[in-house]
Design a binder for this molecule. Structure first.
Ligand SMILES: Nc1ncnc2c1ncn2[C@@H]1O[C@H](COP(=O)(O)O)[C@@H](OP(=O)(O)O)[C@H]1O
Ligand SMILES: [Mg+2]
Ligand SMILES: [Mg+2]
Ligand SMILES: [Mg+2]
Length: 359
């Protein structure tokens, strides 16, 4: 193993994300996905819980004293043994099908109860001190259920700053040069040539590699944002935004694009696959414009993508132009929306955003 900073964290994170992604792919092909509706009416599946259990068990085996902020909680499972047992069966069979990384990932989870305990360990309040991992076991659960884009997301923050970010995107093309395709209606699962892991370590650049099983042979390739520099470049840019109109103001995004001279329709895709896609130059700009004054973005929805885009030559801020602040707890309480773009044009994009939003 190389001795560059965060080499072990990166390796463990990639292997854990890869194994969790295998689990989610398995769930996609099951007839019952154990979908339950959470308090905020968003869905969670056995895939979300199982992926979170696998990732936390891998982190605990390697970094026992780190804190963990993860999206899902275990309380509903403690009173729902049927759901718990479905997840347990899935976690066991996935670990068995991915044996080569066993030594690093810490061996099998001993029991269903131990699995629930792992899931529950993602309850850190977050904050500005120490080593804290942020996990979104399935980001874009709605995309996952409809056969579109989703991402298994893991990031390490140290003293409130993201140092390592990994995104597993089972339904994106492996080919960094493949054109962007919108999510809606398309079943993009398990096609030949899909499944990619994006990674970044602070000051070490960003990479992509195929998502597989087991050990990671060295197939990582550096990725970078498209180097947009001029107004003409901007006019040819493609904008990514959420599929969900409730998650981002699509009508303002359309006005912003027109103001920048962009003629192509935006590409709507679920999850942090948007960050990965612009980081490798398949798209150019990610706009996420808040739809309510009360919703606070969650750190696990942005931490890995923020670092991957910045390490690929992009700039990521909120609509006021401030960097995303991961140091204030489980949410981005200090930020409003997200604007990610190549460095050279980010200022121009922010001006258009502020004109349209009246900021
Ligand atoms: N009102 C809202 N505004 C912005 N984001 C929201 C939201 N309600 C839910 N989300 C988040 O949007 C994420 C999906 O992002 P996207 O819209 O880019 O696909 C969800 O992640 P999960 O699918 O992990 O729950 C969820 O955390
Ligand atoms: Mg969710
Ligand atoms: Mg999410
Ligand atoms: Mg999620």
């Amino acid at each position: 193993m190389s001795s560059s900073p965060y080499a072990k964290e990166l390796l463990v994170a990639q292997l854990a994300v890869q194994r969790a992604a295998l689990l989610t792919k398995r769930v996609f092909h099951e007839k019952t996905k154990g979908t339950v509706s959470k308090d905020d009416a968003s869905p969670v599946t056995i895939g979300d819980f199982g992926a979170q259990a696998l990732i936390i068990s891998a982190l605990r085996a390697n970094f026992p004293s780190d804190e963990i902020v993860a999206e899902e909680e275990s309380s509903t499972l403690r009173t729902n043994p049927t759901l718990r047992d479905q997840i347990w069966a899935l976690v066991r069979v996935t670990a068995l099908s991915d044996p080569s990384a066993e030594a690093l990932l810490g061996g099998a989870i001993p029991s269903a109860d131990a699995m629930l305990d792992f899931i529950a360990e993602g309850n850190s309040a977050g904050g500005s001190r120490g080593r804290i991992w942020a996990i979104d076991p399935i980001d874009g659960t709605k995309g996952f259920l409809r056969g579109g884009q989703y991402a298994v997301c893991l990031a390490l923050m140290v003293d409130g700053d993201v140092k390592v970010g990994v995104l597993g995107c089972p339904n994106l093309p492996i080919d960094d040069a493949a054109p962007l395709t919108a999510d809606i209606g398309a079943n993009q699962t398990d096609d030949e040539g899909r499944g990619v892991i994006f990674s970044a370590v602070i000051d070490q650049g960003a990479t992509s590699r195929p998502l597989g099983a087991g050990a990671l042979s060295d197939q990582s390739k550096p990725i970078s944002m498209k180097p947009l520099a001029s107004t003409e470049d901007l006019a040819a840019a493609s904008v990514c935004e959420s599929v969900e109109a409730a998650h981002s103001d699509q009508s303002s995004a359309g006005q912003i694009a027109r103001k920048l001279g962009i003629t192509r329709p935006s590409v709507r895709m679920d999850s942090q696959a948007k960050y990965g896609s612009i980081a490798r130059g398949a798209g150019d700009i990610y706009l996420r414009l808040r739809t309510s004054k009360t919703y606070q973005e969650k750190i696990w929805d942005h931490a890995a993508g923020d670092l991957i885009v910045r390490e690929a030559g992009g700039q990521v801020t909120d609509t006021t132009g401030s960097r995303l602040d991961f140091s204030v707890g489980r949410t981005l309480a200090n930020n409003q929306g997200v604007i990610a773009a190549p460095k050279a044009v980010h200022g121009q994009v922010i001006r258009a955003v502020q004109e349209v939003l009246g900021l």
